[in-house]
Design a protein around this ligand. Structure first.
Ligand code: PLP
Length: 366
């Protein structure tokens, strides 16, 4: 294993490739297009692992990310975030170069976009099927119709599809409920699709969230799926039942810096700036991460005899079972499996593979 001196983001390439392979095969078998969300890994090199498996359309969450991946040859990119009209220069630069998909949910944005574009773009309508973050309610036929007509009248805009992110699957109480929510979302999207079709607008349907796409047996009546987190998975997905512990492909290696016998506390160099502050509830207790012990070049099984119960900026505080407590020494390294891998990975400028290679990312802040 590489020499760990401070919190370090580790990546198990074998697990990443296996996770990619599983979702690609599932989509292929179902005959749906997989347009993976690249905001989780944000790495040109990992993007190429997808390309090796035949992926040629991707999703990103910002125009900067679109520019970063366009520079590596991706030429069909959907920016899955409401259009920011203050970035028209970047939009125009990208639209000149690639097939650019943009999210629109108001007539005002459609008109302003059309007036300021120098090249055509594809437009997706964001639909709210129950998450309540952004999008037009799936059953608001009037607003949908008005927007579709405005886009049809705009020469620089091509209405290509409708899409949703069913983020409410993350608060579902069971895997069964996640699958139920997934299929409810599909039905709701198709309600919107047929309303638009009645008015002569033929649109693709795109859906994307890792819990739903991982757990459903069939994707139903959709053209495209856009999950992203599945590339790494994490504790939250494991807790939801969307992955096995062994599918979690990233861990933060953290040195132990102190032990407190009285209350079996272990302090690691690994805080909110290394892990993010996302948490899950485990046995009624707030949990910021679970650990695994170093094993060979990687990490072993997920331990339930220790829990990261508190985080400050650089400190992480673990409550540890007495038997494990006695085995751990100051100076040892623990592997923390993150609660939310997208946010944890976003904190680092690079990944370290278990074979000692560095994989660069879009951000270079560490
Ligand atoms: N689409 C949108 C709009 C999203 O915001 C996200 C993630 O937040 C995704 C797709 C991918 O979902 P997941 O992170 O569950 O893989």
């Amino acid at each position: 294993m590489i020499d760990i001196v401070k919190p370090t983001l580790l990546l198990d390439e074998g697990k990443v490739r296996r996770n990619i392979d599983r979702m690609v095969s599932k989509a292929e078998k179902a005959g749906v297009q997989l347009r993976p969300h690249f905001k989780t890994h944000q790495s040109q090199e990992i993007g190429r692992w997808f390309r090796e498996r035949g992926i040629n359309q991707i999703t990103v969450s910002s125009l900067d990310m679109a520019s970063y991946f366009a520079a590596d040859g991706w030429d069909d990119i959907l920016v899955d975030f409401p259009v920011n009209l203050r970035q028209m220069d970047t939009i125009n630069a990208l639209a000149a170069q690639i097939t650019l998909g943009l999210l629109v949910e108001s007539v005002e944005t459609a008109v302003a976009l059309n007036n300021q574009l120098t090249h055509p773009v594809q437009v997706w309508l964001k639909i709210d099927v129950g998450y309540g973050r952004t999008g037009i309610p799936y059953n608001d036929a009037e607003t949908l119709g008005k927007l579709a007509r405005a886009i049809a009248a705009a020469p620089k805009l091509e209405l290509i599809g409708i899409l949703t992110h069913s983020g409410h699957t993350y608060s579902a109480a069971s895997p069964h409920k996640i699958v139920t929510l997934y299929h409810e979302s599909v039905v709701r999207l198709n309600t919107a699709r047929y309303r638009l079709q009645d008015e002569g607008h033929h649109v693709l349907v795109s859906i994307g969230d890792t819990p739903g796409c991982s757990l459903t047996g069939s994707f139903g009546q959709v053209d495209e799926i856009r999950p992203g987190n599945f590339v790494f998975y994490d504790l939250m997905q494991h807790q939801l039942g969307a992955c096995a512990a062994d599918d979690i492909a990233v861990a933060v290696a953290c040195p132990i810096v102190a032990k407190h016998e009285m209350d079996q506390r272990v302090i690691i160099y690994g805080g909110a700036v290394h892990l993010s502050k996302d948490m899950v509830m485990l046995d009624g207790q707030v949990c910021y991460g679970l650990i695994a012990l170093p094993d060979g070049d990687g990490w072993g099984v997920l331990r339930y005899d220790a829990m990261l119960v508190s985080l400050s900026q650089e400190h992480g505080l673990l409550r540890v079972h007495p038997i494990l407590f006695d085995q751990l020494q100051v100076g040892d390294v623990l592997m923390v499996l993150p609660v939310h891998s997208c946010l944890t990975a976003d904190l680092y400028g690079r990944y370290h593979t278990l074979t000692g290679q560095e994989i660069s990312k879009m951000r270079t802040n560490s």
